[in-house]
Write a protein that binds this ligand. Structure first.
Ligand code: LLP
Length: 471
């Protein structure tokens, strides 16, 4: 476990830089800054060998900076941990809802990960990035017929969430245009009834959830599926929630899922894949203490091996689908500091050139972030300020009581841990163009998302003839 972060107040930005030994021993999900973060001779933050202030000059502000090494290291740690601790087969899928774009999909694919997609749009992006359908799993609790059609055409596995989808697939297989793709490869998503401690909006395992089949209807479900020649049910799936630090819920889940496998066998359904979902948390603030990737994977493997051995059934292929713990800490968002407002005896606000449109997590989940100032890494963090976004919304606060050095307009604020569910949940609120994103590594930076322009903002707008201003 990382010991880098001393309890109490941060003294300066360098506290968040890992030592050489820590870089080798931690999981990326345990580090606040990307693994490659360092401070150069100008006292500037570097990521992937690139000076952050130079990146901002080159690519503009705000900017998402994604560290390739952190992302690849996390992919490898998942993959290697399963290889080390599990005797059966395994496949790690990237939950691309965390950040779905061509470059990220291409990186995880090159690390031999599969991809979990949650819509036709994510599926399209994954395929365009070069991912193969046989390693793509389609989620969502309300897949449209269109989405199911693309899924079966591209040979991906459909993680069926409910009876409506099951019936739609059966009907699709009876349609001449889609019958040749049958039997369709499916998994069944079940609600495990396992609770975990996380924000209510990102908890999914409890029985009262919109996701998945009710496990009390398992007999009816397996009886139905076993009779469908057009469906090849290869697995069961469950996901209990996100940003989870406890290990017990996933171990309980793994044991419960083996029970589902046993039941499926009584209906002569040959289930060979067991997908335990994602959910491993990351360190957003010093006191967060998530298990490492290895510490999360190992007990799941042990539980599956033990329960299968007791039940005398063959080991299934284990799948998991992490999102946040793969990419969350690999990225930072930089902002340019602008206006400030001091309310004597109350607080000082410092405003930046982005906000809830590029990071909706603070306003949505009250998520807490930490920041450093890229051009003042060794300057003592003597100021307590509230970092405000630039949107017309009082709740648009990125960080309450951030401890940072004294700043002036033009300084570069760096918010850490913004790789997961930031770009993917970004919006154009107040018609702010979305920021650019760059991928950094070995001193090089490549653009992976272009900054939106004002022209982009009106690209989909239509102005009816009768509203056009006559000359
Ligand atoms: N699998 C399924 C079926 C999921 O629904 C999710 C996340 C994952 C995997 C990946 O979970 P992760 O490893 O990233 O925890 N927008 C929220 C998070 C929503 C999570 C949705 N599902 C946030 O910003 O915290």
């Amino acid at each position: 476990m990382v010991s880098t972060y001393p309890a109490g107040v941060q003294t300066n930005g360098s506290n968040f830089i890992l030592s050489k030994e820590e870089k080798e021993s931690v999981s990326p999900n345990q580090s606040l800054l990307p693994l490659t973060a360092s401070i150069n001779k100008n006292d500037n933050l570097e990521i992937g060998g690139c000076d952050v202030t130079t990146l901002v000059k080159q690519f503009g502000s705000p900017l998402y900076i994604l560290d390739e090494e952190s992302l690849r290291t996390a992919c490898r740690q998942y993959r290697d941990s399963f290889k080390q601790y599990y005797k059966g087969e395994s496949q790690v899928l990237y939950a691309s809802k965390a950040w779905n774009c061509l470059a990220v999909c291409a990186i995880v694919t090159s690390e031999n990960l599969g991809i979990d997609v949650a819509s036709g749009g994510e599926l399209y992006t994954a395929i365009q990035s070069g991912a193969n359908g046989d390693k793509i799993y389609l989620h969502s609790n309300n897949k449209s017929r269109d989405e199911l059609q693309i899924a079966v055409e591209s040979g991906c596995t459909v993680v069926v969430d409910n009876w409506h989808e099951l019936n739609t697939l059966v009907k699709l297989a009876a349609d001449d245009s889609y019958s040749s793709y049958a039997p369709y490869r499916i998994m069944l998503r079940l609600t495990p009834g396992i609770d975990c401690h996380t924000h209510d909006y990102i908890r999914t395992g409890q029985l009262d959830s919109k996701f998945g089949f009710d496990p009390n209807a398992l007999d009816e479900l397996f009886a139905f599926v076993s009779k469908q020649k057009s469906l090849n049910c290869v697995g069961v799936h469950a996901h209990i929630g996100s940003q989870i630090f406890e290990r017990q819920p996933h171990q309980d889940l793994a044991a419960l899922m083996v029970e589902w496998l046993k039941k499926a066998a009584t209906y002569k359904i040959n289930i060979t894949e067991l997908n335990v979902g994602g959910g491993l948390g990351i360190r957003y603030i010093e006191s967060d203490d998530p298990p490492s990737i290895e510490e999360w994977v190992k007990p799941i493997c042990e539980v599956v091996e033990q329960t299968c051995s007791t039940a005398n059934i063959p080991l299934p292929k284990i799948l998991c689908e992490p999102g946040r713990s793969l990419i969350g800490t690999a990225c930072v968002t930089t902002y340019s500091i602008g206006a400030s407002k001091e309310i004597p005896g109350i607080r000082k606000y410092i405003a930046v050139d982005g906000g809830m449109s590029d990071n909706p997590r603070p306003i949505t989940y009250q998520s807490i972030y930490r920041a450093v100032v890229a051009n003042k890494m060794s300057v003592p963090s003597t100021e307590k300020v509230t970092i405000a976004g630039k949107h017309c919304e009082s709740g648009d606060i990125l960080i309450h009581d951030a401890q940072i050095p004294p700043t002036e307009p033009g300084d570069t604020l760096v918010v850490m841990g913004t790789g997961a569910y930031n770009y993917s949940m970004s919006s154009n609120y107040n018609r702010l163009p979305r920021p650019a994103a760059v991928l950094v590594g070995n001193g090089e930076a490549s653009l992976i998302l272009q900054r939106e322009s004002y022209q982009d903002l009106i690209r989909q707008d239509c102005l009816p003839e009768r509203l056009k201003k006559s000359e």
